[in-house]
Structures are given as C-alpha cells and as structure tokens.
Design a protein around this ligand. Structure first.
Ligand code: 6V0
Length: 308
C-alpha cells in the first residue's frame, strides 16, 4: 500500500492470533474504522495467518491489517489485549488469573516504552482484575486503561429485554454491573425504557427477573459448551470501544474503569472518549443490588490484592 494511504490511527491487537483478537480485528475492518490494525501474538505464525486472512477483508474499507511487533504495539493509539488462556467448559473466569497474570505483565514489559497518550483496552479474563494489573504494569494513568467489562453481558441483557418488551435493544437502557464474572448482577432499579422505569413496562409484569439474570450469566458457558469459545460478540464490543476511544465519541458503556466511590477497577458505566474515561457515573442501586455490588467489589479487591 502506498504510504500516503496508510490510515492515520494505529490499533494493536495483542493476542490477535487467537479467536477473540481476530474477531476484534475483523470487526474493526468490517466497521470501516480508518486505522492500521496490527496483529501481535507470541505465536508468530498465528499472527501472520490472521493478519493475511483479515487483510483480505480490508480491500473495500479504509482500514488495513498486518502483523506487528510488541514495540509497535506500544506506540499504538489503542492497544487491545486479548492474549492469554480462555475458559474450559464449566470453568469460571476467575480461575484464569493464575495463568493470565504473568502473560499480561510480560506483555506490558515487552511494549515499553508505551506511548504516553495510548489507551489500553483489556479483554482477557478475568478482565476486571487484569485491567488493574495492566494499569500498574503499564504505568499509564488509570483513565487510559479500561476493560471490556460487562459491555457484552449488557448487550445480551438488552437483547433479552427487547424480546420481552418489543422495544429495540438500542432503546433499552439497562446494564449488567459489578464484575464480568459470576458476581455480575442486573441493575434492575436503574433500568429505563422511554424515560420510564423498565420494571413498570406492561410486558415486564410477572416476568421472572432472576431467570433473566441467570440466562445472561449462563450464556457464555452455553456457548463454550457448544463450540469451545465465544468470540463474535466480544469482537464487536472491543471494536466499538476502540472506535469510541479513537473518535472521541463520549458514549456511555459499562466498561471496567476505576470507580472512586468503591476504590477499585470494576464493571460500571463510564463515558469513553479520546482521553479514555471522560466521565464517571454514580449509578443508583437498591438494597438488594447494593449487597450484590458489595460481593462483586470484595471479590475483585481480594483478587487484586494477591497480585499487587
Ligand atoms: P485463544 O484463541 O486461545 O487466543 C489467545 C491468544 O493469546 C493465542 O493466539 C496465544 O498465542 C496468545 N498469547 C498467549 N500468550 C501471549 C503473550 N504473552 N503475548 C501475546 N500473545 C499471547 O483464546 P480466545 O481468543 O478465545 O480468548 C482470549 C481471552 O479473551 C481469554 O482470556 C478469554 O477468557 C477472554 N474473553 C473475554 C471476553 C470478555 O467479555 N471480556 C469474552 C470472551 C473471551
């Protein structure tokens, strides 16, 4: 490609030789994000193969895709990290911490010096804890290191609520909160449709709320049971977040961000833009949700403390 046609922004996908990274890179190209997408992986052949395959998808779009190095990743505008072990059937995400802690530390070291304005988007699990670890190891400000959090879970929730209410998922304002893991919970009391509390919607009367919550929580396990891993949904989520960071959209997403009120990284709504986290929100919770929130925060803090 002629150098004049190289897009102005660079997005690195570390772990891009694997399923989630490749899905994120493909989603960036398919969404038409005008960026040079670098595929970086410890397995060189996997990075090369995915980059070649995804570059075939880029000829109609402004983005380009190629294999890259850890040093180039460190100089990128957005660094998406999908590297590491994934869940086996039935395995909780929290189990992955032992395996993925060292991988994330070594990736942050390999990228040094990291561009001071870079934004890191963590996707590897357990994503709440690994975002904390990545921020410490990268040396970047907390506002510039975020994680995909409960964005995907909240999308699953919005789809489920759309089926019940008949309203488009984009007009259902509801979040899965706390942790992208077994301690996540639905923010029923703050959920809204058309400016009204969701739970007042006529079609929500008599609905089994715990059943919906359980269905959302189980979905990743069901997909992993059936096909070994989940990647299309998270791929589009990662690409959407990278786009928000590059285009300074200030859209609100439930991402892993450092929440002052609870003094930890956790999955909670924040406005995302060029600086990373641009605005934080104090989402109201009722008494039952506050208990679940406390459980999630305690679990994340305990896991983080082990690796500080
Ligand atoms: P995968 O297909 O095994 O890919 C992982 C990739 O990471 C492989 O290509 C490895 O070679 C690579 N890798 C391992 N170590 C390193 C390293 N040190 N440097 C660079 N690359 C390395 O797994 P998959 O893509 O399915 O999952 C990746 C991660 O995403 C896992 O931790 C999953 O649990 C996590 N997911 C997170 C989701 C979320 O919502 N946050 C959703 C789905 C999966």
């Amino acid at each position: 490609m002629a150098s004049s046609t190289i897009p102005p922004n660079r997005i690195a996908v570390i772990g891009g030789g694997g399923n989630v990274g490749a899905a994120a890179a493909f989603a960036l190209i398919a969404k038409g994000v005008p960026a040079e997408v670098l595929i970086v992986d410890v397995v060189d052949k996997a990075a090369q193969g995915q980059a070649l395959d995804i570059s075939d998808a880029s000829f109609l779009e402004p983005g380009i895709c190629r294999k890259g190095s850890f040093q180039e990743a460190g100089q990128s505008d957005v660094i998406i990290v999908t590297a590491g072990a994934r869940q086996q059937p039935g395995e909780p995400r929290s189990n992955l911490i032992e395996r993925n802690y060292k991988i994330i530390k070594s990736i942050m070291d390999s990228m040094q010096p990291i561009k001071p304005s870079a934004k890191i988007l963590m996707v590897s699990n357990p994503v709440d804890v690994l975002t904390h670890i990545a921020q410490k190891a990268s040396g970047l400000p907390v506002s510039q290191v975020i994680g995909s959090g409960t964005f995907l879970d909240s999308g699953r929730l919005r789809n489920a609520l759309s089926e019940i209410t008949g309203v488009s998922p984009s007009s259902v304002h509801a979040y899965m909160l706390g942790e992208h893991g077994d301690n996540q919970f639905t923010g029923w009391s703050s959920a809204r449709i058309g400016g009204r509390p969701l739970l007042e919607h006529p079609k929500m009367q008599g609905v089994d709320l715990d059943g919906i919550n359980e269905k959302i929580m189980r979905k990743a396990y069901d997909i992993i049971d059936a096909k070994g891993s989940t990647y299309f949904g998270i791929g589009i989520c990662a690409a959407t977040l990278a786009q928000a960071l590059l285009n300074n959209t200030s859209q609100v997403f439930p991402v892993v961000n450092f929440v002052e009120k609870y003094d930890c990284y956790m999955s909670w709504p924040a406005a995302i833009g060029a600086g990373g986290v641009e605005q934080a929100f104090d989402v109201p919770v009722n008494a039952a949700e506050a208990k679940k929130l406390e459980t999630a925060v305690t679990a994340i803090k305990e896991a983080c403390a082990k690796y500080d």
